[in-house]
Design a protein around this ligand. Sequence first.
Ligand SMILES: C[S@@+](CC[C@H](N)C(=O)[O-])C[C@H]1O[C@@H](n2cnc3c(N)ncnc32)[C@H](O)[C@@H]1O
Length: 241
Amino acid sequence: MDVIDNNPTSTPRAPATETDDAMKSRARVQFEKWAGSYDRSLFHHFIFRSSYVALMEEIAKWYAVHQRPFRVLDVGCGTGELAAMLAKSDWPVEAVGMDYVPAMCIAASAKISEGGLGTRARFVAGDSEFLPFADASFDIITCSNSFHHYPHQQAAVHDVRRLLKPEGRYVLIDGFRDNVIGWFVFDVMVSHFEDGVYHAPWSEIDGYFRNAGFTNIHRRKINLWSPLCVTIGDVAAQSTS
Ligand SMILES: C[S@@+](CC[C@H](N)C(=O)[O-])C[C@H]1O[C@@H](n2cnc3c(N)ncnc32)[C@H](O)[C@@H]1O
């Protein structure tokens, strides 16, 4: 696992407040504890797994059009399940997973080494709000079930845009809290257990994407009982960040 310092060229933002720091420390404590058993949890089987399937579907759609070797960054990668699926695929892909919690990156690295897939995926510990990578260095960036932990969501989307190449794609999955089931699951239940998290309405996420300069923004909903919103945005062919 690599540990990279925050990139000083990432999108500028207001200094972190105590509330922001508290939100991040809660996430760190929660996921440090969970890293060892995450893959065996019911959440993983019944909620998160469908996210990886949806991410793979969106990546397949991108590859069907572009047909060239590509790099994927999975932000808030957890135990590296998506990176492992990519590494096992037939696509000419290099996967990088990034997570705030080193224990998650360690679990992810172990999964990849045990599967003998070490050359196709690697993991970096870092903060989604200060992505430690060069401008225009990825073709696809994904993020699933992690975004509600970020104190500055618009800044995080801007930083993703900075990292994407022309014709790149961002696929973001998080709780859909705009119907009654979603409101109950995310605004009531999840917010009770994960104190201080924020599941943005789809219209707000749409705004984040538009403000960051994404085009062809569209979305779909998956999972009936724990609804998730998959939002997709593209970078124009001649675009500079
Ligand atoms: C529920 S898990 C989701 C993992 C995986 N993407 C999935 O769908 O199963 C949320 C992950 O987001 C990570 N996370 C929380 N805040 C983060 C931040 N500011 N930067 C990067 N990762 C963060 C957590 O450490 C955790 O691994």
